[in-house]
Design a protein around this ligand. Sequence first.
Ligand code: EPZ
Length: 416
Amino acid sequence: MKQIFIRGGVPLTGQVRIQGSKNAALPILAATLLAGGEHEIKNCPKIADVYYMLELIRSQGAVVCWKGRNLSVDTRQLTPGPLGEKKEGTMRSSIFLLGAMLGRFGEVDLEYPGGCVIGDRPVNWHITHLNKMGVIFCDSDERINAKVSKLIGCEQYLTFPSVGVTENLIMAAVLAEGTTIIHGAAMEPEIVSLCEFLNSAGAKIFGAGKSDIIIQGVNCLHGGNITLPGDRIVAGTYAFACMITSGGILLEGAPTSYMTRLIPMIHAMGGNTLITEDGIYLYRREELCAIPYTITEVYPGFPTDLQSPLMAALCTANGESVIEERIFGNRFRVVPELIKMGADIHIKEHTAYIRGVEKLHGATICAEELRGGAALVIAGLGAGGETYIENCGHIYRGYENICRDLSELGARIYGE
Ligand code: EPZ
């Protein structure tokens, strides 16, 4: 799909099912290589990044089969080898294959990961902490080559609660000799899902979701299973779409217990919420209010992945909002495109100042990355007239079918 077309100005109503979590699915798919067996992953999102990861694990001999939204992955017979070329260049999450391949085979040959252009994304901490477990890295600009005769469990102190580093260390530690303790670990819900999956495959992990995680190495693993939670970032994106258009929507399957920072924000924007058995019902009938100051933080703080969608929604809020991006160095790339639609935003270093305008107007704009692309969809829904979003392949890396979902809520949106 090359382009998305939107005729804005329609309040969203009705209900939509929230897809399974992308950032839970990707490390778990990598972890299937670690645990030789037949794995069941339910509620798996059908998005480009998942398809990339499936091609990567297939290239190592995994047998993959979809049954509706459920995936079965058989990794009993693998033929490990250099992990492909092109694909990794376009996806950051290939880095998760580091811990998985080292854990199972003691070696890995992986292209340097690519991914969104939202800032420098070095892998220095991954290398430093795996080094401590006995891994030897061979220098190369293009590829990551690493070997280890035996992974040794140890105490690890993370200087920053990196999601990827925490996940790679967990995968390296489950089959290591002895016990690993990760101090200062990331506490994102996706870490909890990864540990739930690995424990179902015979691992011994304690403290997932806390800042100290203990992993007792075991000799072998078997097939695992998990039902992925709904995607909290997709749920947040649709919540902000409802805020900019007004209306009332039910987000079926939204992981409300993971949305603790988002819900008070909806209230502060003039919205209302009702948590139901199925998910969350939210609506806005009053004026859209500005949010004085938002900082993106590690979990349970406000997620950086919702920063651009929030910014788009605040473009027509009454008053000035300030957003400080503290996780990635270059995550305001969507701003020039929003300004083309009449937004009043200026940037100073890592802070954006958004002065609400009466209304945005339609325009032809271009997506440059995943969450920025979703933000442009939100802006288009709130704008008067017609909006064309080009280069929207980025959006399908993380959203199964954003046009289908939003048109189910009454939006005039079409993918071309
Ligand atoms: C995960 O990326 C998510 N991706 C990202 O979501 C999310 O934005 C990020 O966590 C933060 O929440 C997946 O789970 C697949 P980090 P990850 O390691 O693991 C720096 C989306 O839109 N850093 O916690 O790569 C890094 O540059 C994506 O769905 C180093 O400096 O994030 C960044 O500034 C985008 N050296 C910060 O730490 C390292 O070795 C946080 O990165 C590793 C990271």
